[in-house]
Design a protein around this ligand. Structure first.
Ligand code: NCD
Length: 466
């Protein structure tokens, strides 16, 4: 199969079969590194890193060199035209005319999608704010498969900053798709965002069981916030609701995926809360617990204090292997997207995301995520907010850029009765009337003032459920 000219912006851009096909190619390439030196000869990769990076950038650049291609680079916002106020779309068009493929890291969520929309060449997201980091997920999955042969049925605990850790967001969706069960073990205050849970449940089925505080371990050493089980595995807690989180753990976990606190993304309030002080640490002492006897310890790196050096030599520690595997995995991806190599796609099941209606009416609500690319002053002159209607109960719109969701409070229809001013009414979003509005006619408001300023009057279905 040919992946030529495709983008990798979120992990949804590849099916399970395509991911496995890329892994086979990565292994073939690793087994014969000298044989790859002509694969991308004459091709140029632009490496645009507008946030700090060591591993991701160097492994992409090493991958392109090992394929015989060349690299052009811009890594410092201060030294590029972005500092002069250039929009992302302009940068994308320019770089798209210089290179054959773009790898981009940017602090704004959804920035990689904008580059992909405007560059005209394949684009790979190397991390967009706290949104996603799909190539890290590829090498995480590759490592799990290399070590355990399959992902289905594994129990994987995600540990640390699950709020801003973009690597965990892409990984959650991928693990769910491959049929793993996930235990969420966030540091207090850094729980998985609601929009990630919403997508997990609506698109991959399964069940998320939120645990009560009483289900946490006494010393908060391994506190579990929620458990996601895939549709194909029965849920122990659902069957035995009174049992503690330890039940989920007693058979051990296959992997502990640790992340550092992403303090550069903390809000001022979060900075003040000293979230780092409560951050759980993985060390030799913790791994002595028998539930971790066969547990792989994974980490995207860099580490700060959450991963002790005393476990580096432990055979369960995978993080240096993960980083090393980044090169062949990225070689396979670059070669495939450049059309220089085909992949063999095995016949495996891959859940298909539902097809959602797009929100079509004006005025478009502004995305409420302060880190979303769609609200940045350099981007608003050309970027129109875009949403998908991903749920009707409660009515939920998802931004196509950062994927944050929001639940508007009031709604109206463009198809108001006979188009008389008297019948131009707005309703509570949770009223039964709201459900009769066709998606293409739906207008949403965040406040009654907003609805009234556009000439709508309150219907009887405003305030309280009807
Ligand atoms: C991660 C990232 O940038 O999101 N690092 C990486 O790419 N290996 C994780 C992190 O910075 O904590």
């Amino acid at each position: 199969m040919n992946l030529k000219d495709r983008n990798l912006v979120t992990i949804d851009d590849l099916s399970n079969g395509e991911i496995l096909g890329l892994f086979s190619l990565a292994t073939d390439m690793f087994d014969d590194m000298p044989g790859q030196l002509d694969v991308c000869k004459g091709k140029i990769m632009a490496s645009l890193f507008f946030e700090p990076s060591t591993r991701t950038r160097l492994s992409f650049e090493a991958a392109m060199h090992r394929l015989g291609g060349s690299v052009i680079t811009a890594s410092d916002v201060g030294a590029s035209s972005l500092a002069k106020g250039e929009s992302i779309s302009d940068t994308a068009k320019i770089v798209g005319s210089y290179a054959d493929i773009i790898v981009i890291r940017h602090p704004w969520e959804g920035a990689a999608k904008v580059v992909a929309d405007y560059a005209g060449i394949p684009v790979i997201n190397a991390g967009d704010g706290g949104h996603q980091h799909p190539t890290q997920t590829l090498l995480d999955l590759y490592t799990i498969i290399k070590e355990r042969h399959d992902i289905k049925g594994l129990k994987i605990a995600l540990w640390g900053d699950l709020k801003y850790g973009r690597t965990t967001h892409s990984l959650i969706f991928a693990l769910a798709r491959f049929g793993a069960d996930i235990l969420f073990c966030p540091s207090p205050g850094l729980e998985v965002p609601a929009h990630v849970i919403e997508k997990l449940v609506n698109e991959y089925g399964g069940e998320v069981e939120r645990l009560k505080d009483s289900a946490r371990t006494d010393d908060n050493r391994f506190s579990i916030d929620a458990i996601y089980t895939t549709p194909n595995s029965p849920h122990q807690l659902a069957m035995m609701p009174d049992l503690s989180a330890q039940v989920e753990l007693k058979d051990g976990v296959d992997a502990l995926y640790v992340t550092r606190p992403q303090k550069e993304r903390f809000t001022d309030k979060e900075q003040g809360q000293n979230l780092k002080a409560k951050y759980p640490v993985v060390n030799k002492k913790l791994l002595q617990d028998k539930v971790f006897r066969k547990t792989m310890v994974m980490h995207p790196l860099p580490r700060v204090d959450e991963l002790a050096y005393d476990i580096d030599a432990d055979e369960r520690s995978m993080y240096f292997k993960q980083a090393a595997r980044g090169v062949p995995v990225r070689m396979a991806l670059l070669a495939a997207l450049l059309g220089a190599k085909e992949i063999n796609v095995p016949d495996v099941e891959s859940p298909k995301p539902p097809v959602y209606h797009e929100y079509q009416q004006e005025p478009r609500p502004t995305c409420s995520n302060p880190r979303c690319v769609s609200i940045q002053p350099t981007e608003t002159p050309y970027l129109k907010p875009e949403y998908k209607i991903v749920n009707t109960e409660p009515l939920t719109l998802r931004c196509v850029y950062c994927e944050h969701g929001f639940e508007p409070k009031f709604v109206a229809s463009t198809d108001w009765h006979e188009h008389k001013l008297d019948t131009k009414k707005y309703h509570s979003a949770d009223s039964h009337w709201a459900k009769f509005i066709h998606p293409e006619n739906l207008i949403v408001f965040n406040s009654e003032e907003e609805a009234q300023s556009l000439g709508f009057k309150p219907s009887q279905f405003v305030g309280g459920r009807h």
